[in-house]
Design a protein around this ligand. Structure first.
Ligand code: AMP
Length: 192
């Protein structure tokens, strides 16, 4: 039973680590970004609405994002826990997640902050733009995404820190090394 959040700037390796941690703990990795991209691809009403925000590097409005997560967490695969990758990203989303958890009488175990310096993040995202052809990895949009992250999401880290939930892990290095750092940090947190 493990309920985790993964927080960090675009390009810190959240998606990669989320899928590793999902295997390690046997819990679903839920990426709001992936769900939005899937909806854009299938041209669902949600996708059509989300696309313009995503393409400019802005956040999709809280109302849409919160509803999506609320629905997703009701899926039976979440009974043994979950890992949210890229949610919450705003103060309003933190509040919504708090409400969902209170309603289901459950609690987060930890919030993993993946750190990476800006130069490295920009380098990784430039590479991803080429490898995956993501429309929001172009330089202008990328700059805006980093700005929006700093403005709206970075402040949430101190909220979770003050709740004693934060586990800070260096996201630089080999994928397997980063995964090990995270699991070790979670282990030692659990012992305390
Ligand atoms: P990601 O793949 O997590 O970087 O997300 C890609 C894009 O999806 C973001 O730049 C936002 O436009 C949108 N998005 C993903 N998660 C959220 C969220 N929690 N709140 C608002 N927008 C989001």
């Amino acid at each position: 039973m493990m309920k985790l959040l993964l927080i960090g700037p675009p390009g810190a390796g959240k998606g990669t680590q989320a899928s590793k941690l999902s295997e390690v703990f046997g819990i679903p990795a839920i990426s709001t970004g992936d769900i939005f991209r899937e909806n854009v691809k299938n041209q669902t009403p949600l996708g059509i609405e989300a696309k313009s925000y995503m393409d400019s590097g802005e956040y999709v409005p809280d109302e849409l994002t919160n509803k999506l997560v609320r629905d997703r967490l009701q899926n039976p695969d979440c009974v043994n826990g979950f890992l949210l990758d890229g949610y919450p990203r705003t103060a309003d989303q933190v509040q919504e997640l708090d409400s969902i958890l209170t309603e289901t009488k459950s609690k987060l175990d930890a919030v993993v902050q993946l750190t990476a310096d800006t130069d490295e993040v920009v380098r990784r995202l430039a590479k991803r733009a080429i490898d995956q052809g993501r429309s929001d990895d172009t330089e202008d949009v990328l700059r805006n995404r980093l700005h929006v992250y700093e403005e709206q999401t970075a402040p949430l880290i101190s909220v979770y820190e003050s709740r004693g939930l934060l586990v800070k892990v260096d996201g630089l290095g080999e994928i397997a090394d980063v995964t090990r750092r995270i699991t070790e940090a979670l282990d030692s947190k659990n012992k305390n």
